[in-house]
Design a protein around this ligand. Structure first.
Ligand SMILES: *[C@@H]1O[C@H](CO)[C@@H](O)[C@H](O)[C@H]1NC(C)=O
Ligand SMILES: *[C@@H]1O[C@H](CO)[C@@H](O)[C@H](O)[C@H]1NC(C)=O
Length: 451
């Protein structure tokens, strides 16, 4: 099912070239400045809270739903109530901020879980997705619209896979801006979610383009950090784009807190920030700017402290853990055609079904795909890429890398987001009229046998 996306192979020279340039214009999460929305936002919030007080509330008898495990307000089941005894939350020395060390986290988490058994994973590891964007409006006139659609895409994926999602727009450490902002968020999210086994950081400009694919968590059993990357590019080519730090999966454990503390200490909150930038510039021949960035820092730590961290870091290259959009978007239409051809042969794949049942259909389709020629991940296959990352497009600021036209970024995003949306809308009975159109049309019965 998984196959190599090896950028050093001759057939994918394009990939390698793309890789080397994919972040030469600096990535940004909070780069457009830090304008907090003031009065209007507060007024809107007050209105919303007040108006929701006036909405009619349906009283539901939870005992009528013996199989419900929900702990939402509509289904109170007391699982979320804290016991009177102290938990780590009651310890004033435990800090959410990344500049304060935290020890004994594994025991603290374990103790909390013992007091809240309903939040155990029942054998399944819990994943919390964390993503976000800057506190203020985007400079690009369509930036906020694009961020909304990238966000919608993540909500769709999470709803279909039972993953909780935290979208953050606040800068949690004043110095840790731009691409560094995610580390304080991940740190705070780990403490806020002791029930989560993994925190999955996903950049705002990355979109899920295979709504059925599930993280192969078993594969990462012995690891604490998973990133898309290639060992030979890290250790031999010594390139700052040998991996991508825009999407990563990190285990909620003490190792991760320790690693993030070391990682963050090469960023702008450190008095040695300038020196780290110089060290990275000297180490990576392909790095063109002199500030220390999180991605170079990660590669640097792998190179210089491999013994300390390397064995817990998984460089995933067997599928598009995140994929470079330039090598993907032109191929999406053909993938749609290939998937439709498979579905025309298998009546069961064409059965309409409830959205909650789509996991079983995804697995069924997987079974049929595995027998097909070329149904592999990577630049030479036509399997849907798990995630397409618009590195260098900067949808919010509009300040895209000059090696692409703004038009190709915009068109690429439309294609990827519609491609993903078609997978979602299918369960609602619609699809996009064409890959670049926001208009939709109803799907005929027994689609795609007839269309
Ligand atoms: C980084 O480069 C800029 C110009 O590109 C320069 O002004 C700045 O002083 C440099 N900073 C360091 C720490 O070398
Ligand atoms: C899409 O498929 C057509 C027909 O098989 C082929 O000619 C074309 O090169 C493919 N396009 C891409 C981008 O792979």
């Amino acid at each position: 099912m998984m196959s190599g996306t090896d950028p050093s192979s001759p057939s994918s020279a394009r990939t390698s070239k793309g890789l080397m340039t994919r972040r030469s214009s600096k990535p940004s999460l909070f780069s457009d400045g830090l304008v907090f929305a003031g009065g209007a936002g507060v007024a809107l919030l007050v209105f919303w809270v007040v108006s929701s007080f006036f909405s009619p509330v349906t009283v539901v008898d939870p005992s009528a739903f013996p199989f419900s495990v929900s702990s939402s307000a509509a289904f109170p089941d007391l699982h979320d109530r804290d016991p009177p005894g102290a938990t780590f939350y009651d310890d004033p020395s435990v800090s959410y901020t990344i500049d304060r060390p935290l020890t004994g986290w594994d025991a603290k988490r374990r103790d909390w879980l013992r007091l809240h058994p309903a939040f155990g994973g029942y054998g399944r590891e819990r994943v919390l997705m964390v993503t976000g964007s800057q506190p203020g409006p985007c400079r690009n006139p369509v930036g906020d619209h694009l961020l909304l659609r990238f966000f919608k895409n993540k909500v769709d994926y999470c709803r279909r896979h039972g993953i909780e999602l935290f979208y953050n727009t606040a800068l949690l450490h004043p110095a840790m801006n731009t691409f560094w902002a995610k580390l304080p968020m991940v740190r705070a999210a780990m403490l806020a979610h002791p029930e989560a086994d993994w925190v999955w950081w996903v950049d705002s400009d990355a979109a899920f383009t295979d709504m059925d694919f599930e993280l192969p968590l078993d594969r990462y059993r012995d690891h604490n950090l998973v990133v898309h990357g290639w060992p030979h590019l890290v250790y031999e080519a010594r390139s700052w784009v040998s991996l991508n730090a825009g999407v990563f999966l990190i285990r909620n454990c003490q190792w991760s807190l320790d690693f993030m503390a070391v990682w963050a200490a090469t960023g702008p909150m450190s008095p040695d920030y300038d020196r780290w930038g110089q060290l990275q510039k000297a180490e990576f021949k392909d790095k063109l700017f002199n500030e220390s960035d999180d991605q170079s820092a990660l590669v640097y730590l792998l190179l210089k402290q491999k013994d300390r961290w390397g064995d817990k870091i998984f460089l995933e290259s067997d599928y598009y853990f995140e994929g470079y959009w330039v090598e993907i978007v032109g191929r999406l239409e053909n993938m749609t055609a290939k998937y439709a051809a498979v579905e025309r042969q298998v009546q069961e794949l064409r059965r309409r079904h409830a959205e909650v049942a789509n996991g079983a259909y995804g697995r069924l389709r997987d079974g049929h795909l595995s027998g097909e020629d070329g149904a592999v991940s990577g630049p030479n296959g036509w399997r849907r890429p798990f995630m397409t990352h618009f590195t260098g497009c900067q949808p919010c600021s509009g300040d895209h890398n000059k090696m692409y036209s703004g038009e190709s970024c915009w068109e690429g995003m439309q294609r990827a987001l519609h491609f993903a949306d078609d997978q979602v809308l299918r369960d609602y009975g619609f699809r996009h009229a064409d890959p670049l159109s926001g208009d939709v049309e109803p799907l005929p019965f027994d689609y795609p046998s007839t269309a």
